[in-house]
Every structure is written in structure tokens, then in C-alpha cells.
Design a binder for this molecule. Structure first.
Ligand SMILES: O=C(O)[C@H]1O[C@H](OP(=O)(O)OP(=O)(O)OC[C@H]2O[C@@H](n3ccc(=O)[nH]c3=O)[C@H](O)[C@@H]2O)[C@H](O)[C@@H](O)[C@@H]1O
Length: 437
């Protein structure tokens, strides 16, 4: 290598260095231009190369997406459509075809079964998330499938799947139960509440408002919307603007959002405020269920206590009573009035409490479990952490009684006895997966 070149390599020149020497300056400019062009063309080639690389990556991605959609789609296709249509078939005069969201959930599976048994058409949708053991949800799905109810695996945030369902079946009703449940979990995972209870709800309502014909909608609100309300029993006319948890706030938001869709698009809306629903096939995250499991496993349970040592109380409501309430609400929902996404007249907008009207304290609940399980609980009594709980709930149910004859008949003693029996039965998951040590 010539010395000058070597020098250039070792000490890269700057324009200022050669200012006084004309030749050297030209020589230098030449070299710079040459370099500049050389580097521009190299850059150009690199750019071309990168563009080609990106293009081939994108087309590969779209191939993979199309391929995986084609090969692994859990919905769509002739067989799938046949399953949906068959499941939605109405087998009684004056019957309904109902899309049940959250059908593999606790309340969803019970109501789906009850609808099917009386001859209504039912199609379920559920995202089988892992908020609690999804094997319980799969087991509920199997139970439903054995009774002719098809449950589609999908998320209510996916409007395409919802549109496909409405393209396949002209649902007369939607029973919307899919939600992120649980009061205290909102501290850990606030976004899941917004995702399911707000975004998911809007996604569903968007599809319902455009459906031809529009379905009537019955959906699950919650007793938690009463929040810090102290007036007892809770009436639908009481204040619900002081939620104590994000869960409650999203359910309250749901009541407002559904009102908007009723007002603008003429969707018939019925919101049901469930009061701590319990029973067989229930949710393992709820106190009665987790207490049962811990007592059976010899583990301690934590009992929360309110201010000044006051015992917490809930208007625990047995699942069969809630099922009757859901059927009553569906039967009396009235029709939506919109077509082509436009309201043609006023449509019903209703809200009902579905409670038991007999609040029971948490220590009493534990006592009943101990009696049924024949095991003493190891109790840790602690002050209620400020994570969303309210001290008590108590439903006034006169509206639901007046409008569809809602009348709960199962007290906590009887209901927990049935739950414990379910837990102990061998042919189902209850004892094996969820209750056994
Ligand atoms: O009524 C409702 O709307 C709500 O009812 C239940 O919420 P919650 O009443 O809090 O039911 P549990 O989680 O079973 O708790 C029942 C009672 O046991 C207490 N508890 C819970 C857990 C625990 O470890 N210890 C304990 O003392 C709670 O503070 C509460 O007073 C459901 O989990 C919600 O999804 C539903 O919306």
C-alpha cells in the first residue's frame, strides 16, 4: 500500500488540514468525491438489498398468516357452520335462538343447558382464558356438547368471529355473560377488566346493532355497582356512582354503555345485577370454593373482617335461582327496534337485581362448610384489605318479581350442601382436580 494511502487510512484527513496546498486540495477533493460516490452507491445497493429483504419477509409473513389461518383456524368452514346451525335450532314453538357469551363459564354453562333443555337454540362462545383452571371450563364445554350445545372458542373482542356467527344464525337473543370476574383481582390485572368488560362489550354491541334482525340483549352486571351504598336492601333506584373496585366501575360503565346503544340504535337491553352467585360447577376463585378446597387440604383460610371487627356479609344467591332469573329476563326482554344500524322506535332498557334477599356473614358461611365437610377450618381472621371489597350486599328483588316472577327458593344451607356434594362426586372434576389434597 502506498505511504500516502496508508497515512490516509491511519490519519483520515479533514478539509481544514490541506487548505494551503492547491494540488493536494484537488487530490483530496477527488478522493473525497470518489469515496462519496463509492459510499453512495454502496448505500444504494444496501438500501436495495434491505428493501428486497423486507419485501420477501412481509410476503413470507402473509403466507405464514394465511397458512396458519387456513390450517389452524378454530372457526369457519362448512362443518363448523353446520355445528353452529344445528346447535341454534329451535325445538319448541315460540322458542328463541340465543348466543351465549362466556358459555363455558359458571353461570353461562348452567343457563345454556337450561335453555337447551326447554327447546331453545343455543350457541356458546368462550375464550377459555386462564383466570382460573381452564380444565374446568373444558369440562363444562364437554357437558354442554353432550347436550347438543356447541361452544365456539373465540374472544368477544374479535368482531370477525361475532359477525360470522350472526351471518350463520339469525340469533333472536344474546345472553352476554363473558367478562373478567372477581372483585379483588382488579388490583393485580386492571387491564383485563377493561379488555373484557368494556372493549369486549363494545365489540359485541357493535356487531349486535348491525345484525339483521337485531337481537335482544340480556347481560350480567353486578351487585358490586352499589359500591359504598349503605341503604339496605339495595334497590335498582339507589345510587351506583361510588364503585369500590375497578371491577365494579367496569360493570357500572357497562350499564352506561348499553344505555347508549339502546338510545341510539334501539337495542333491547336488560342488565342483571347478580349477587355473589354460588353452586356446583362454580368458580374456584370465589370464597366458598377456595375455602372448601383449603379446608379439605388442611390449609388455613383467611376471613376478612370489616371496620370495628364487623363481620362481612353477602346476599349469596344459588345458581338455580339465578338461572330462573336469566330465563325470565330473556322471556320478557321485548324486541330491539333498529334495522340497518338505525333505531326505528324506543326499545326496552331494564335493570334488575338477582339476589337471594337473605345476607349471610362470611363466618356463618364457613360454619356451614365445616358442618358439610365434617372438618374444622383453620381460620385466620384479618382486617379487610382496602382492595375493592364492600362490607355487605343485600338485594331488593321486587322489580324482578313483578316483571318475571323471580322468586329465589334456595337458602345458603341447602345450596352449599349441593355444592359440597358436587365437589365430592367422583365422575366429575370437582373433587379430583379442584377439591382434593
Ligand atoms: O355479587 C357480585 O357482583 C360479585 O360476587 C362475587 O364477589 P364477592 O361477593 O366478593 O364474592 P367472593 O369473592 O366469593 O367473596 C365473598 C366474601 O368472602 C370474603 N372473603 C373472600 C376471600 C377470602 O379469602 N376471604 C374472605 O373473607 C369477601 O370479602 C366477601 O365478603 C364475584 O366474585 C363477583 O364476580 C361478582 O360480581
Amino acid at each position: 500500500m502506498p505511504a500516502a494511502d496508508l497515512e490516509d487510512e491511519l490519519f483520515p484527513s479533514t478539509p481544514g488540514k490541506f487548505k494551503g496546498e492547491r494540488n493536494a486540495h484537488y487530490y483530496f477533493m477527488n478522493r473525497q468525491l470518489h469515496r462519496c460516490f463509492a459510499s453512495t452507491s454502496t448505500m444504494f445497493l444496501w438500501a436495495l438489498f434491505l428493501i428486497a429483504l423486507t419485501a420477501s419477509y412481509l410476503s413470507f409473513q402473509s403466507f405464514v398468516d394465511t397458512g396458519s389461518r387456513y390450517f389452524s383456524a378454530s372457526w369457519g368452514g362448512i362443518q363448523w357452520e353446520n355445528n353452529v346451525r344445528k346447535s341454534a335450532e329451535i325445538r319448541r314453538s315460540g322458542g328463541m335462538s340465543v348466543l351465549v357469551t362466556g358459555a363455558a363459564g359458571f353461570v353461562g354453562s348452567h343457563v345454556s343447558l337450561a335453555l337447551k333443555k326447554r327447546g331453545d337454540g343455543v350457541v356458546g362462545i368462550d375464550n377459555f382464558n386462564n383466570y382460573y383452571d381452564p380444565s374446568l371450563k373444558k369440562a363444562r364445554k364437554t357437558l354442554l356438547s353432550n347436550h347438543g350445545v356447541f361452544v365456539v372458542e373465540g374472544d368477544i373482542n374479535d368482531q370477525k368471529i361475532l359477525e360470522k356467527l350472526f351471518d350463520t344464525v339469525a340469533f333472536t337473543h344474546v345472553l352476554h355473560l363473558a367478562a373478567q370476574a372477581g372483585v379483588r383481582y382488579a388490583i393485580e390485572n386492571p387491564h383485563s377488566y377493561v379488555h373484557s368488560n368494556i372493549a369486549g362489550l363494545v365489540s359485541l354491541l357493535e356487531v349486535c346493532k348491525s345484525a339483521q334482525p337485531q337481537p335482544s340483549i340480556v347481560w350480567a352486571s353486578s351487585s358490586s355497582v352499589y359500591g359504598l351504598n349503605e341503604k339496605s336492601p339495595f334497590s335498582e333506584l339507589d345510587r351506583t356512582d361510588r364503585p369500590a373496585s375497578l371491577y365494579a366501575a367496569t360493570k357500572k360503565a357497562g350499564e352506561e354503555i348499553t344505555h347508549t346503544y339502546n338510545h341510539i340504535y334501539g337495542l333491547s337491553i336488560t342488565g342483571l345485577r347478580f349477587f355473589t352467585v354460588y353452586g356446583p360447577w362454580g368458580r374456584p376463585d370465589m370464597a366458598y370454593f377456595s375455602f372448601t378446597r383449603n379446608i379439605l387440604q388442611g390449609k388455613p383460610i383467611t376471613i376478612y373482617r370489616g371496620k370495628n371487627g364487623k363481620e362481612l356479609a353477602r346476599d349469596f344467591t344459588y345458581i338455580d335461582d339465578v338461572v330462573k332469573g336469566c330465563l325470565g329476563a330473556l322471556d320478557t326482554s321485548g324486541q330491539s327496534t333498529g334495522t340497518g344500524g338505525k333505531k326505528r322506535g324506543p326499545a326496552p332498557y331494564r335493570i334488575f337485581n338477582l339476589g337471594n334477599t337473605q345476607p349471610v356473614t362470611v363466618p356463618t358461611l364457613v360454619g356451614i362448610l365445616e358442618k358439610n365437610l365434617k372438618v374444622k377450618a383453620k381460620k385466620n381472621v384479618v382486617e379487610m384489605p382496602g382492595n375493592g371489597d364492600v362490607p355487605f350486599t343485600h338485594a331488593n328483588i321486587s322489580l324482578a318479581r313483578r316483571d318475571f316472577g323471580y322468586k329465589p327458593t334456595t337458602d345458603l344451607q341447602t345450596g352449599l350442601k349441593k355444592f359440597v356434594r358436587w365437589c365430592g362426586s367422583s365422575q366429575i372434576l370437582g373433587r379430583k382436580i379442584l377439591c382434593d389434597p
